[in-house]
Design a protein around this ligand. Structure first.
Ligand code: FES
Length: 113
């Protein structure tokens, strides 16, 4: 299944990249950016990011089931990925709140004027 149509990356490509990244022994967390760089590809529209994240989680689950990579390293990487996603969600909520406040204040200015 194609995960990213811009860079033409399949689920199998992501599986292989996650295996190589997690087996390398480096402290890299397989975020979509790390996986894409590992594949020498670049995100274009980023529409595939949520699907890429779930494909990465699936690849990590398969790795954990196969016991090909240390389960502690996988659990640590997964916990870091979750923290990254939580920070991203908080940032997104702040942006949406600020945009909403901006819209409200500009609407109030129009009413006053
Ligand atoms: S679909 Fe992946 S970058 Fe556009």
């Amino acid at each position: 299944m194609i995960i990213c149509s811009c860079a033409v990356i399949s689920e199998r490509d992501i599986d292989c990249a996650v295996i190589e990244i997690m087996s390398a022994g480096t402290a890299l967390i397989p975020t979509p950016g790390v996986v894409f760089r590992h594949l020498n590809k670049k995100m274009n529209c980023c529409t595939c990011a949520p699907v890429a994240v779930s494909a990465i989680y699936n690849a990590m689950d398969r790795l954990a089931a196969d016991t090909r990579v240390c389960p502690f390293a996988l659990a640590d990487a997964r916990a870091k990925l979750i923290r990254i996603e939580e920070r991203r969600a908080i940032r997104q909520r702040r942006v949406e709140t600020a945009a909403s406040a901006l819209r409200t204040s500009s609407a109030q200015r129009r009413i006053v004027a």
